[in-house]
Design a protein around this ligand. Sequence first.
Ligand code: PMP
Length: 426
Amino acid sequence: MPDLPVPELLELDRRHVWHPYGPMPGQREPLVVESASGVRLRLADSSGELVDGMSSWWSAIHGYNHPVLNEAAREQLARMSHVMFGGLTHEPAVRLAKRLVDMSPEGLEHVFLADSGSVSVEVAVKMCLQYWRSLGRPAKQRLLTWRGGYHGDTWQPMSVCDPEGGMHELWQGMLPRQVFADPPPAAYEESYAEHVREMVGRHADELAAVVVEPVVQGAGGMRFHSPAYLRVLREACDAHGVLLVFDEIATGFGRTGALFAAEHAGVTPDVMCVGKALTGGYMTMAATLCTARVADGISRGEVPVLAHGPTFMGNPLAASVACASIDLLLGQDWQTEVKRIETGLREGLAPAAEVEGVRDVRVLGAIGVVQLDHPVDMEAATRAAVREGVWLRPFRDLVYTMPPYVTGDEDVARIARAVCAAAREG
Ligand code: PMP
């Protein structure tokens, strides 16, 4: 396949291709990536390489072009790239489901293999609503969440995103009307725990579930909170007959220093969503896990099936790579690698605290965040990072990084320098 000259490629991109949240007025044209290997993105036209500080939005935990993941994809491709999942099953999907059940918090037993994070949240919501319908409680249809969250761009997930976050304001008034608690503070405060207990209790008759991102609120503001709030939610949900859904799409597979963020609190949700790093960022696949109680409840209903079945459900190619990615992760001392990156980011980001206009610097696991006291100039901040040889994607008032776990110490230091430069110039 002949390469398109870069100017022509960019012109066609501009004319025909929609990017996430695009086109943004005044946004500079995208950089053209030619290939990616290890932690480096190689740009077209001999424009050099960038160390990836984003893991392609939390996904590429093992880096790019990994021989083990490549081999898993090649091997599966030679057998069967895709086959419909209705009425048929296959080993990659079954193996993946078993691995997910084995590694997830105790009690999660049934796995729906979805094709994106947003869809896995849609499925989680359908599970919860259907569970209560099956039990003869159809009024339990609403969801409670805390403000500042992000759960995806399709309809039900948008309804539990931060209503003032700017991502989905256009749709307010049309989305299902959910119940919003205040955003969780970073440290444990009994008064906040009481606020959450009171909200769950007050709305219990109409609540199907509480849906939250555990420990880290990602795209809604990159905020961290005490795991103790997850125990508060578990107790309140149990006390008032409400299901608990954890969206671990960003936090899953080790990112926060635990395999799943729920482990920081020793809590099992009724439903858990995973995605992003599930396939090491290779394929579009996500999953919704639930307990036997939820699955049995649905099966006992008037309509005893979970009415969801996308064309690419259980995709064997994605499932094989996901199994290989999980084996790769669990087969190494990933905790030490995440800890190493945490230490590197802590040291490297410390100078950002002295930068004028920086409100907060925080690090948890392989996540580093610099929060400004003003909206970031995305173009200037991105340019500053690229000048340091690093790919970052600042947004709102945030410059942040979540590097692949295989990022070496020197590259972690370089990423931290780039975050500081982006914070200074953005
Ligand atoms: N939930 C969380 C916590 C996320 O971070 C994301 C993606 N940013 C989603 C859901 C949606 O996943 P996807 O983009 O794969 O649809």
